[in-house]
Design a binder for this molecule. Sequence first.
Ligand SMILES: [Zn+2]
Length: 265
Amino acid sequence: MPHKEFLEEYSLFRKLKGGIPATIDQLPRPAINMNCSNCKSTQTFNMFNKYVDELGPWNAPCGNARLRLKYKCQSCKDFTREFSIYISPELDYVYKYGQYPEWEIKMDKNLEKTLGKHSKTFRKGLVCESQGYGIGAFAYYRRITEEIIDELLDSIEELIEEGHRAEYKEALEKTKNTRVTQDKINLVKDLLPTILKPDGLNPFGVLHSELSEGLHAESDQDCLENATHVRTILTFLINQIIQSKEAAKNFSSSMKSILEKKSKK
Ligand SMILES: [Zn+2]
């Protein structure tokens, strides 16, 4: 820490916990991959300033430190990015309190298309997240989940392996009898196809617990964690469903043309 993912992905004020060394000479200076406005593409950025320039001497304590991390695009050697980070006195967490250019409120293309009229709500969630307003972000993402859950569950049906489809269909019917999103998820979460379970992790299991927990989380900080997880899972599910269907479609059409060619011989 601070690691690549923290710099690239974390919104302002979202805490990264643990793994913080005691002195600044131990702090890593990871390369990151982000968009360059000059190159108009994703490029590698390297940190070009040193922590000692900010804080000095080399063994200055990290606790309660505010540091600036300056990055330069390795391709054009011109475009720069900057992060301001704060490390807690007890070294138990770090967060960004500033970033230039600002954390991008950018929506995934697939997601925007799929969400349709709900994409506005999603964008509001992103805006809240970018400002560290966890309670607001969580509320927006939760609202979206509630609004799209039926469609989402319906669209999974055709991805289910043949042998399990009847079982899924039965559970799907039952989901229509409840209006509570968590109950719907509970009914189908153990029936997901392997393609929606990366490394055996069950996104619906996590979604279920995040939605339940998030309701009781009190601070913006706690809600921000839950909100980020809900957003990540929704994005994963929607993209994965689209891609799987595309892949299946391409596969069957190329199989068809192979078989047609064979039959002509
Ligand atoms: Zn560049």
